[in-house]
Design a protein around this ligand. Sequence first.
Ligand SMILES: [Zn+2]
Length: 141
Amino acid sequence: MRHELQNLPIIAIFDLQKFTGLADKMKIIYSTLLPVKGFRAINLFGIVFARKDQPALDEHIINHESIHTRQMLELGVIGFYLWYVAEWIIRWIQYKDRYQGYRNIGFEREAHANDNDFSYLEKRRTFNFLGYLKNKISPRC
Ligand SMILES: [Zn+2]
């Protein structure tokens, strides 16, 4: 069953169960402040913030953010953010480009590679992002 995305309220709660197999909810908040312009969504401690001036998040982005929530839980949340920022800096230097650096963070590689697969989190192995640290992706955009 597909979610109706046209008439979303400001705060919409999606059933994560279809994405993760967990009896959990992902909260999405449409905001004028977060994320900063140029980004569609940011996942802060399992709550997804999306720009109010952009179209509602589609299920691929929601799946993408659900993958990040799983990575986050595996690293005790704070560990995820510390690793994320540290790897972004390293990749930024490696690729000499902030955006390419961001796209090549292992967490992003895993989430982008699998956000079209809505049963990914049901079969995903714990710490699977580790397998994406070495594999260079060719960014789609
Ligand atoms: Zn991401």
